[in-house]
Design a protein around this ligand. Structure first.
Ligand code: DOR
Ligand code: ZN
Length: 428
C-alpha cells in the first residue's frame, strides 16, 4: 500500500531539507517530497509535531547469529533495531563461526531476510578466524555482499597485514573498520587506566592503547591511499588525530557511540559490569572532545556498538564479566537529549551522523536520504514521548545496558522499511 506522511518536520541533510513537508511513498521508494501533496488511495499518516528522518543506519551492531543465539538473533536484534528507529544495521563479524568466508556471508543474508524486519548487512572478517594472522578471501567476501571488512572485537595487531588488507580492500572500494586497541598495552585491562581504576583496584587500559593504533591506521591509510574507518572512538587524542588527518585528505572516517559522550569511567564505580565496555568509558574531558568532534564533523557517524551479553556473562566479578552494552533501543533518544536538545547538533547533523554518512561510508546506494527515488526507509520520531528504560520492555534478548532506569525523552513512533510499515505506535 502507498503511504502519505503528512505534515511532519522533514529533515534530509542530503537535500538540505529541514522544514514541514509531506512524503509520498509509492511501493518501495520515495516518490515525492513537498508541501500539500495529494495521493488518492494512499494510507495517510499524520506526522504533525513529529521529526521525519531518513531511516537510521547503525553501522556497528553485534547480532550474535550464528553461534550465540542465546544473546541475540536476527529476529530479536531486528526488533530492537526497529524499536530504536534503525531501518538498517551492519553486523560485525565476531560471530561463531566468524564471518570469515563467503558461506557465512551468504548465511547471514539468507537468514536475516527471513526475519524481514530491519535491513541487515554484514561486514566480513579481515583475517581467518579473527586470528590476525592470515587474510580472508576478501574478493569472495565482497562478492557475497559484505559492506566493509573488520575483525572488530579484536584489533589487527600486525601492521604489515593491515597494510596488505588495506591494499586489497582498496581494489573493491571497501572500508576497513578498525577496532583500535594495542593488545600489548591493554593486556588484562578492564576499565580506563587512572585514578578510579587505582581506587577500585582494577587493571586499567591506558588511553594510549587506542591512540597509538589510530596513529598507525592513519599512517597506513596514507601509505596505501585506502580507506580506514575507526570504530568507537573514545579518547580526545583520537578525535584530534582524525581531525588533522582529514585536513590532509587522508582516507579516514570514524564513529563514536552514545556511551562515549554521555558516560564516563565513573559509571564503573561500584563495579557496575553493565558499564564495562571495550574501549572503556573514559573521562569528562574525552566526552567533551567527542562532542566537539561530532559538532565539527570530525566524527562522521554515531553507531551503537550494540553488544548483547547474557546475565550469566555480566552478573559476575568485574574482571571476568564480558565487555559491551546494548544500544539499539536507546541511541536515538540519547542523541536527541544529549546532542540535539543541548544544541551540540542540529537535527540535520544528527541525521547526517546516523543515516547519510553511514550510507556513504558503506556505499549503500538508495539509503541515507529521503529524496525521490530513494528507498522508502523512514524513521518518524516523536520528541514528546517520555519513557523509562526497563529490562522487561526491551526487545533485545540481552538486557545489558547501564541506562536501565534512565528516563528518556523521545522515541521512534513509526518506522518504514522499503515502503512497509514495520513499527508503529510502540509495537513491531
Ligand atoms: O565492548 C565490546 N564488545 N567491544 C568490542 O569491541 C566487542 C564487543 C562484543 O562483541 O561484545
Ligand atoms: Zn570494537
Amino acid at each position: 500500500m502507498d503511504i502519505l506522511l503528512k505534515g511532519g518536520h522533514v529533515v534530509d541533510p542530503a537535500t538540505d531539507l529541514d522544514s514541514t513537508a509531506d512524503i509520498f511513498i509509492k511501493g518501495e521508494k520515495v516518490a515525492d517530497v513537498g508541501k500539500n501533496l495529494k495521493a488518492t488511495g494512499a494510507k495517510m499518516i499524520d506526522c504533525k509535531g513529529k521529526i521525519v528522518l531518513p531511516g537510521l543506519i547503525d553501522m556497528h551492531t553485534h547480532l550474535r547469529q550464528p553461534g550465540r543465539e542465546d544473546e541475540e538473533t536476527f529476529i530479536t536484534g531486528g526488533r530492537a533495531a526497529l524499536k530504536g528507529g534503525f531501518t538498517s544495521v551492519l553486523c560485525m563479524a565476531n560471530t561463531n563461526p566468524p564471518v570469515d568466508n563467503k558461506g557465512v556471508v551468504e548465511y547471514i543474508y539468507a537468514e536475516s531476510a527471513k526475519a524481514d524486519l530491519a535491513n541487515i548487512y554484514t561486514v566480513g572478517a579481515v583475517t581467518k578466524g579473527l586470528e590476525g594472522k592470515e587474510l580472508t578471501e576478501i574478493g569472495q567476501i565482497f562478492e557475497a555482499g559484505a559492506k566493509a571488512l573488520s575483525d572488530d572485537g579484536r584489533p589487527i595487531m600486525d601492521a604489515e597485514l593491515m597494510r596488505r588488507a588495506l591494499e586489497y580492500t582498496k581494489m573493491f572500494g571497501l572500508p576497513i573498520i578498525s577496532h583500535c586497541e594495542d593488545l600489548n598495552l591493554s593486556r588484562n585491562g578492564v576499565m580506563n587506566e587512572g585514578f578510579i581504576s587505582t581506587k577500585l583496584g582494577l587493571k586499567g587500559v591506558p588511553r594510549a592503547a587506542e591512540i597509538v593504533m589510530v596513529m598507525r591506521d592513519i599512517e597506513l591509510a596514507q601509505l596505501t591511499l585506502s580507506r580506514v574507518h575507526i570504530a568507537h572512538v573514545s579518547t580526545k587524542e583520537s578525535v584530534e588525530l582524525i581531525r588533522q588527518a582529514k585536513k590532509k585528505k587522508i582516507g579516514v572516517t570514524c564513529e563514536t557511540c552514545p556511551h562515549y559522550f554521555i558516560l564516563t569511567e565513573e559509571a564503573v564505580s561500584g563495579f557496575n559490569t553493565s558499564a564495562k565496555v571495550n574501549p572503556p568509558l573514559r573521562t569528562k574531558e574525552d566526552a567533551e572532545a567527542i562532542k566537539k568532534g561530532l559538532a565539527d564533523g570530525t566524527i562522521d557517524a554515531i553507531a551503537t556498538d550494540h553488544a548483547p551479553h547474557t546475565e550469566e556473562e555480566k552478573d559476575i566479578e568485574f574482571d571476568l564479566a564480558a565487555s559491551g552494552m546494548i544500544g539499539l533501543e536507546t541511541a536515538l533518544p540519547l542523541v536527541y537529549m544529549e546532542l540535539v536538545i543541548k544544541g551540540v547538533l542540529k537535527w540535520s547533523e544528527a541525521a547526517e551522523r546516523m543515516s547519510l554518512n553511514p550510507a556513504k561510508i558503506l556505499g549503500l546506494s538508495g539509503k541515507g536520504s529521503l529524496k525521490p527515488g530513494s528507498d522508502a526507509d523512514v524513521t518518524v520520531f516523536d520528541p514528546e514521548a517520555n519513557w523509562v528504560v526497563e529490562a522487561k520492555s526491551l526487545e533485545s534478548k540481552s538486557k545489558n545496558t547501564p541506562f536501565i532506569g534512565k528516563k528518556l525523552n523521545g522515541a521512534a513512533e513509526l518506522v518504514i522499511v522499503g515502503g512497509k510499515i514495520k513499527f508503529e505506535g510502540g509495537a513491531v
